[in-house]
Design a protein. Structure first.
Length: 163
């Protein structure tokens, strides 16, 4: 299933993004999330597609989606500490969603996994000391506008929307 989002107007050009297999796409641009975030969203999507309370293991997820087991285990542990998923110990243990998919905001998931807010298009320089083009830069403001629009998108988007 594909979801379409108009995330704003960038210098008069409407930006149409498509959520497709955990990636945001425009015909010629891809805004790429980190592998850790992608793996976390893949795992959450998988759990959200199962009946409530269904338990999945890290091994099962790693095998089904060809993900690195150790990295996925660390991501799921972070999500468990943040009460996004519930960790169940024992022989029949694994993970299940701790909340309904519509209650899980993508921005929150990114912040939990990356330990920062999602930054895709922001200029990181604080002033002229950090960039020789600071005063003549023609893309700093448009990138800031794009980032603000992406922040709104990620703050509104839920795990339910990526199922």
């Amino acid at each position: 299933m594909t979801f379409r989002y108009i995330v704003g107007d960038f210098e008069g050009i409407a930006l149409d993004f498509f959520w497709f297999n955990i990636g945001l796409f425009r015909s010629d641009i891809m805004l790429q999330l980190s592998k850790k975030v992608e793996y976390g969203l893949i795992a959450l999507r998988h759990m959200a597609m199962k009946p409530a309370g269904n338990i999945v293991t890290t091994k099962e997820l790693a095998k089904q989606y060809d993900l690195p087991y150790e990295l996925l285990a660390k991501i799921l542990q972070k999500l468990a500490r943040a009460n996004v998923v519930r960790s169940l110990q024992g022989v029949k243990g694994g993970y299940t969603l701790a909340k309904k998919p519509e209650e899980l905001k993508v921005a929150s998931i990114i912040r939990i996994i990356e330990e920062s807010k999602p930054m895709v298009a922001e200029c990181y320089t604080e002033g002229p000391d950090g960039c020789s083009l600071f005063y003549n830069c023609t893309i700093r403001r448009p990138l800031g506008k794009l980032q603000r629009n992406l922040n709104v998108l990620f703050d509104q988007m839920t795990v339910r929307e990526i199922i």
